[in-house]
Design a protein around this ligand. Structure first.
Ligand code: OOG
Ligand code: NI
Length: 408
């Protein structure tokens, strides 16, 4: 646990409480999420009963039960830097650079994941948020007029008010918040990610949706929201079957590596389709009418051992079939990260990050249309260095973090 001044609510607790309050919010907004959490908990209880302590080799059951990842989407570098301050207060740091514009299908965003980075913090509560930033100046997606209108629209909105950001800065500086301030911070931070009742401009939203429904979800509305909140399961194949049996339509596959007999590697994910949620629209004649949008969905994940750059290259080229099927071989060939416990037994180090291909698949499974991309136009330059400047804080390299945990 991180230390904090006497009586202060420190980052660890802020993070755990933030994850729990977002979960409570999302459950009221998307009732199918509550079903997903219930089924996940039932699957995890059954795996634990069947396997005993071996079920906990990739994290304690307490960690896994509380474990969530969220996804949010923002529109400007300034919004991203603000989000970084809020997550920073909760001990969540930006890790990794993902360019979803290069994925199939291309999505006009670049992303990072905010998460705890050291072992004790991950064990206490590993809450992570996949955070995507719209690339408004990428001509393959947006013509000059759309870019200008996006910049104007996004520049005029305020996602996070000063009180929230001031409390976030205070928490980071002091290493925590007094109890009343912590309550207020969590209340404001949670509310900032709730679905807004503000009317959506129908024509503007539709224009963006013709380009990319992710662009519309970001730049077509005046606020941000949690896009999904993902519990972790110990057996995702069983989860998939149980959700389907309950009549919930899942996407047609589980993303990431297939099930293997040997050690699970990296990350497997699946989702159910976005549900129609009531939203209010403003029509061209100024009238405000009820309608609906389908942008938020349910996702679930299963995690395995983290691969080294060498292991990952083998996986990216040849899939799981290119990897040996035992911990010992993975370790000895330097393909995955392990540590030895006091008895000399190999302990896998959990993969804490995301997979760009799966992320694209998760985005894609919930797009309302094909969108439009003109590959002949110029791309906007974005890389990890650019993202670090936008964040105004260090951007961590995931491999360096696994390396540090493996060394103990
Ligand atoms: C993010 C999609 C990626 C994951 O788990 O790979 C993602 C989004 O829909 O905003 O969440
Ligand atoms: Ni996700």
């Amino acid at each position: 646990m991180s230390t904090s001044g006497a009586g202060l609510v420190g980052p660890t607790q802020l993070r755990a409480r933030f994850a729990a309050s977002l979960s409570a919010l999302y459950g009221t907004e998307v009732p199918a999420y509550t079903t997903l959490v219930e089924v996940s908990e039932a699957v995890n209880a059954d795996v634990l009963a069947a396997m005993g302590p071996a079920a906990e080799r990739l994290g304690s059951i307490d960690r896994v039960t509380a474990e969530r990842h969220g996804a949010i989407r923002v529109g400007t570098p300034e919004e991203l830097a603000q989000v970084a301050r809020i997550f920073g207060a909760c001990g969540m740091h930006p890790v990794g650079f993902y360019d979803l514009r290069e994925a199939t299908p291309p999505i006009p965003v670049v992303s990072t994941a905010f998460r705890p980075i050291d072992e004790a913090e991950l064990a206490a509560n590993p809450f992570r948020v996949f955070t995507s930033l719209l690339v408004v100046d990428d001509r393959r997606f947006f013509d000059a007029a759309t870019q200008a209108r996006l910049e104007e629209f996004l520049g005029a909105r305020r996602l996070f008010d000063d009180e929230l950001l001031d409390l976030a800065d205070l928490a980071e500086k002091a290493g925590g918040l007094e109890s009343v301030d912590a309550d207020r911070f969590l209340e404001l931070a949670t509310a900032a990610f709730a679905l807004s009742p503000e009317p959506v401009d129908r024509a503007w939203y539709a224009h963006l949706e013709g380009i990319s429904s992710v662009a519309a979800d970001i730049g077509g509305v005046g606020s941000t929201h949690i896009n999904h909140l993902t519990p972790r399961v110990l057996d995702i194949d069983d989860l998939y079957a149980r959700m389907s049996a309950r009549g919930i339509t899942m996407i047609d596959r589980i993303q990431g590596p297939p099930r293997v007999d040997g050690p699970a590697v990296l990350l497997r994910q699946t989702s159910f389709r976005a549900l129609a949620e009531p939203r209010v629209f403003r029509e061209a004649d100024g009238s405000v009418v009820p309608g609906s949008l389908s942008v938020r969905f349910g996702e679930v994940e299963a995690r395995g051992v983290a691969l080294t750059p060498h292991g990952r290259a083998l996986y990216d080229d040849g899939g799981v079939g290119a990897l040996p099927a035992t911990d010992r071989e993975l370790h000895e060939a330097g393909l995955a990260y392990y540590r030895r416990d006091a008895d000399g037994v190999l302990q896998p180090i959990v993969y804490e990050d995301f997979l760009p291909k799966s992320a694209a698949g998760i985005f894609a499974s919930n797009l309302t249309g094909d969108g439009s991309v003109d590959a002949a136009q110029r791309a906007a330059a974005r890389d990890a260095h650019w993202l670090r400047e936008a964040l105004g804080r260090p951007l961590h390299d995931p491999y360096a973090l696994y390396e540090a945990i493996a060394r103990g």
